[in-house]
Design a protein. Structure first.
Ligand code: FNR
Length: 183
């Protein structure tokens, strides 16, 4: 088995908990699964005028998505919704019209916040968009990381055993979904 996953963090912040979470998923990936963390920090803001001559960063995003068997989207929560950098990447990946690169890709959605509610509002909004993009979201288990500031050490390594178990549970179900989707 050789599965390629393109993973996206919805935060550009240097010390982002969301990015640390994506790295924990990468670190705990089962044997045979390679996780590439895609840099979306250099994508221009979506502007349809740019579609006549797509910027290289957009072409690179398209290649990363096309070459992936599945997608991980991790989002912080901003005002009870998901992050604009993630929306920008999702929108660019769906363009030009009729060339939706996300089509039929299995996707796991991760919410992350230092506060209490696990970024539920962000995940809930994001899931609506993934349905329209015709992706295959992992339904269960859902993944919400609350209290993220207490879950990593100074080097950004995951230290929380309960979170590790949650990540392993997501990987088990996500791997099944990806295998079914590829068969
Ligand atoms: C936030 N934050 C936040 N947190 C939350 O749990 N629910 C929310 O609705 C919001 N709203 C919000 C709006 C804006 C504009 C900012 C900048 C922040 C706090 C947020 O969870 C916190 O800054 C995280 O650390 C951001 O994630 P990263 O960068 O650590 O991955």
């Amino acid at each position: 088995m050789s599965i390629k996953i393109a993973a996206f963090s919805g935060s550009l912040r240097k010390d982002s908990y969301t990015t640390k979470l994506v790295k924990a998923f990468q670190h705990l990936a089962p044997e045979g699964i390679a996780v590439e963390i895609v840099d979306i920090s250099q994508l221009p803001l979506l502007n349809q005028d740019l579609e006549t001559d797509l910027p290289q960063q957009v072409k690179d995003l398209h290649s990363s998505v096309e070459n992936a068997d599945a997608i991980i989207l991790a989002t912080p929560e901003y005002n009870r919704s998901y992050s604009p950098v993630l929306k920008n990447a999702l929108d660019w990946g769906s363009r030009p019209q009729g060339q939706n690169k996300w089509d039929k890709k299995p996707v796991a959605v991760l919410g992350c916040t230092p506060y209490n509610l696990g970024a539920f509002g962000a995940v809930n909004h994001l899931r609506q968009v993934l349905v329209y993009l015709n992706m295959q979201p992992l339904q269960q288990p859902e993944f919400y990381l609350a209290g993220a500031a207490e879950k990593f050490d100074e080097q950004g390594n995951l230290t929380d055993e309960q979170t590790r178990k949650m990540i392993t549970a997501v990987w088990t179900s996500f791997t099944e979904l990806i295998s079914k989707s590829n068969s």
